[in-house]
Design a protein around this ligand. Sequence first.
Ligand code: PXG
Length: 456
Amino acid sequence: MKHLAETVRLQESDRCHHLHPFTDYKQLAQKGTRVITRAEGIYLWDSDGRRLLDAMAGLWCVNVGYGRKELAEAAYQQMLELPYYNTFFQTSTPPATDLAELLAEVTPAHLNRVFFTSSGSEANDTVLRMVRRYWDLKEQPSKKNLISRINAYHGSTVAGASLGGMQPMHGQGDLPVPGIVHIEQPYWYADGGELSPDEFGVRVARRLEEKINELGVDQVAAFIAEPIQGAGGVIIPPDSYWPEIKRICSEYDILLVIDEVICGFGRTGEWFGSDYYGLQPDLMPIAKGLSSGYLPIGGVMVSDRVAETLIEEGGEFFHGFTYSGHPASCAVAAANIRIIRDEKLIENVAQNTAPYLQQRWKELQDHPLVGEARGLGFLGALELVRDKTSRSFFEERGKAGGVCRDFCFENGLVMRAVRDTMIISPPLIMTREQIDELMELAVKCLDLTARELGVA
Ligand code: PXG
C-alpha cells in the first residue's frame, strides 16, 4: 500500500521511539504502524486520508461515538475550573461527587458506592485487595482465593493479568500470582462437544462448585467473571450458565465480582450485563464506556453489603491512585452518562438497532467460512472454520482471523480477530443504514478471506 510522506515520517518516528501494547515489535517495524488521525460518529480516518468504519468502537469503548462536542466542552470547562485535585485524605471535588451519585442511579439498586480508578486493570487490582480486605474484616482471613476462568480478560496489570485467564499473558512475568485459580469457560462452540448448549452451561458452571469444594469454602473469597467474555472472543454463555453460577455463589456465600468493563453502559441493550442476566454483583468493575473512552477512567461499584463492612468495621483502606476521581475524567464521564441516558441510546439499541444488527449478523451463518454467527445487543462474533458441520477450526489457529482482519482494514472496516473469531462491538449510535454498510463490507471481506484460504 502506498503511503503519504507524512505517514512514512510518523511510521519511522514511531518505530524508533514507541513500544506499543500487545504488539509484536519486529512485525510492526516491518509493516509500519497504522496512524489514525481523526474520527467522527462511527468512522475513523488514517494519515493517508482513508476512511474506516469502526465496528470496534475503538477498543470496545466509544459507546456514544466520536466527535461529541459536549464531552470536549466538559473536559475544557473542568480543566479551566480545576484541572486536578485528589480524592485522598478526606477530600472530594464536585465532578467526582456528581459522578459517584450518577453511577449509583444507573447501576443496579444495591450498588450505591464507587471506588474510582483510571482504568479497568486498576479496577481489578482494587477488586483483589477489596475482596480480601472484606473477608479479613469479617474475621474470615483464610478466605483469600479468587476463582476466575480460562480465557477471561481482566486487564494487564499484575493482578489484572493474573485474574485473567490468558495463557500467553501468564507466560510472561510468572503469573498468575498466588491465590488465583481458573476454571473452564462457557465456550460451547469450541468446547461443548456433543452436549447441548444448556447441558454444557450447567456442566461448566458446576466446575465452580467443584473448585470451591476442592479448595475448601473457607479458602475462597470470590468468583470473578465478565457477563459475556469480550477479549476472549465474545463468548456468550448458554442460558443455563448464569442461573447456576448465581445459585452456587449464594449457597457457598462467596463474593460475586462481575467485570462490566466491556458489557457496561449499554453494550448488551441494558445498562449493564448484570441487568441483562439478572445478576447481583457484590463488586462491579467498570471502565471503557464509562467515559466512552474520551478520557481514562474506571472504577469499582461496591455493593451495600461490602461497603457497609468497609465503612463500619474497617479503619483506613490503604489503596488508591493519584488520579482516582480525576476531575476532568469525572466531568467527561458524567456528561457521557447523561448523553446515554437523555438521548435514550440504550433504549434505541434494545428496541431498534440491536434486533436489526442481530438479524443481519446471523445471515452470515450461511457463509461457507462461518461456523457460527452469534451476537447479543451490540456485540457480535463469527467463528471462521474449516468445516461447519463438525465445528472444526483450521489447523493453523489464528491464520484465518489474521487474513480476514487484514482484508477488513484494506477495505475500510475495523473488525477485530481473536484467534479465528471475528468480533464486532460498534458504537451504540450506529444506525440501520450504517449496519447495512457494515454488513456489505463484512461479506466482502469474508469472501476475500474464503478465496485466499481456498474455502468454497
Ligand atoms: N476487564 C475487561 C472485561 C476488559 O475487557 C479490562 C478489564 C482492563 O481494562 P483497561 O482499561 O485496563 O485496559 C478490559 C480491557 C482486546 C482488548 O484486544 C480488550 C481490552 C483492552 C485492550 C484490548 O480485545 N479490555
